[in-house]
Design a protein around this ligand. Structure first.
Ligand code: ADP
Length: 267
């Protein structure tokens, strides 16, 4: 009887502590939720004044550009760069905060052909790559039937290409390869972005998908980086039930590989 009572007592104690810890978590969870909503709302509100600031600087530059001293012109260029960086950061924060508040209606899943928009993206990033003396090669089939959020997958491609351009010194090469590969149960969209850039030290590889993590802060800052791109990329991939991986050799380059299952039910 004593043993049975002991077991019963233990069971009740375990259940009670489980219940209490669950209850104790509720206010913490609510407070995280409020914090995320605050970040989402604040970044949303900041977008308008920032875009007004940016266009005002454009007008100022057009009207008074000729009369400005070299010093003031320099100040203006720096000001515009920082406003641009801030706008990018605010946009990235908004995307992340939205991803965390789990507004799944933010994602629109559909069947579509990724090939035309990927080609278009390559055309626009080629100009950027050429301006830094980089060669961008693309390997994209004529048709790429995909199931997912078209805008987000475009954003994912842009983040990976933009990083490859930012972190590859002049004279380097970037390869974008898109394909549909059969897997065990279904097919998957495979995205590979390979560069001959600075590479990432092995000890940083695990952390580059963390928010605000930058291997070389100065280089990232100079290139207009925010440290948020890869965490957004990871969120996009995971919300498509996919995987993202990186392999890199410092001084030789990096390869980012994404696999996204094509047929999936909406979560
Ligand atoms: P950022 O806005 O700084 O580029 P990301 O989240 O996109 O932020 O990337 C995080 C960090 O990972 C970057 O600051 C950079 O140090 C490193 N990184 C990302 N892509 C590459 C790449 N292709 N080659 C070398 N380093 C990279």
């Amino acid at each position: 009887v004593l043993i049975a009572l002991g077991i019963l007592f233990l069971g009740v104690a375990v259940l009670l502590s489980y219940y209490m810890s669950k209850r104790a978590m509720i206010p913490i969870r609510q407070s995280f939720q409020r914090q995320r909503e605050f970040v989402a709302d604040a970044s949303h509100e900041l977008r308008t004044p920032l875009s007004i600031l940016h266009s005002s600087l454009d007008v100022f530059e057009m009207e008074d550009g000729e009369q400005l001293s070299d010093f003031s012109k320099n100040v203006l260029v720096n000001l515009k760069n920082e406003v641009k960086r801030m706008a990018k950061m605010v946009n990235d924060l908004l995307t992340l905060a939205r991803s965390e508040t789990a507004r799944s209606d933010d994602l629109v899943f559909d069947h579509f052909d990724l090939a035309p928009s990927a080609q278009q993206l390559v055309r626009s990033t080629t100009t950027l790559a050429q301006s830094q003396n980089l060669k961008l090669h693309s390997h994209i089939p004529d048709v790429l039937p995909v199931f997912g959020d078209h805008e987000r997958i475009n954003q994912l491609l842009y983040i990976l290409l933009d990083n490859a351009i930012k972190y590859t010194p002049p004279g380097g090469e970037i390869h974008l390869t898109l394909s549909i590969e059969p897997t065990e149960k279904q097919s998957a969209l495979l995205i590979k972005v390979q560069d001959t850039g600075f590479g990432i030290p092995p000890e940083d590889l695990d952390r580059i998908f963390d928010r605000f993590y930058r291997v070389q802060k100065n280089r990232s800052r100079q290139m207009g980086g925010t440290g948020l791109g890869l965490s957004i990329a990871k969120w996009i991939v995971e919300s498509h039930n996919g995987t993202i991986a990186v392999s890199s050799v410092p001084g030789q380059g990096s390869t980012f590989t994404v696999s996204i299952p094509i047929i999936r039910k909406k979560a």
